[in-house]
Write a protein that binds this ligand. Sequence first.
Ligand SMILES: Cc1cc2nc3c(=O)[nH]c(=O)nc-3n(C[C@H](O)[C@H](O)[C@H](O)COP(=O)(O)O)c2cc1C
Length: 202
Amino acid sequence: MLTTKEAIEKRRSIRKYKTDPIPDEFVTELLHAARLAPSGCNAQPWRFKIVKEPELKAQLAQAAYKQLFITEAPVVMVCCADIQGYIDGSSSGAQDLGEIGAVEEKVVRTIRDKTEILRTLGTNNLGSRIAANVAIAIEHMVLRALDFGLGTCWVRLIDESKIRDIFGWDDNIYVVALLPIGFPAESPQARKRRELEDIMIY
Ligand SMILES: Cc1cc2nc3c(=O)[nH]c(=O)nc-3n(C[C@H](O)[C@H](O)[C@H](O)COP(=O)(O)O)c2cc1C
């Protein structure tokens, strides 16, 4: 089992996968890691669709602007936000927060406004706030995957509405990213990062 530090340092975006199937228990463990992510008002708006069917993976790759490596992954996790789930979850979650929830009541009222959320998705503010919650859950899976020797790659360059069409989902589901998962068939060098002083605002 890796330490968190080791997982963070070892992780790479993996775009080549072995054909070996992934044991179901591993996928379940990844979903447990996602479940434990923090979220605003504990709303837990993340929803996941597991895709293994070659035909569906091919359609996903097309909807991801022909990123064909996606089709090679034994499992592709479609990582979504449930907008109504966020509204409902943030209302009850805010109550659980007691005093903090009460202080934030004005804010909570705005996040119950679905029209406003849909209007701002893909632009700013409320919509992206929901997506940020899902992103944290995705990264939990990405790091936990390393414990099983699995590689993943965030895929956010997607035509979101095309993916919804593939599954017949309405606009209550917002697709945040695809996460192809598989045993790595490559071991890329660490990709360059900005130096510490370059990411500080003084
Ligand atoms: C939000 C997000 C979106 C990304 N979208 C894509 C994508 O659509 N296709 C892809 O091949 N890689 C994608 N990546 C992976 C990045 O290219 C990669 O993280 C970056 O180049 C650094 O490499 P590393 O992850 O190996 O450290 C994405 C990463 C993030 C975090």
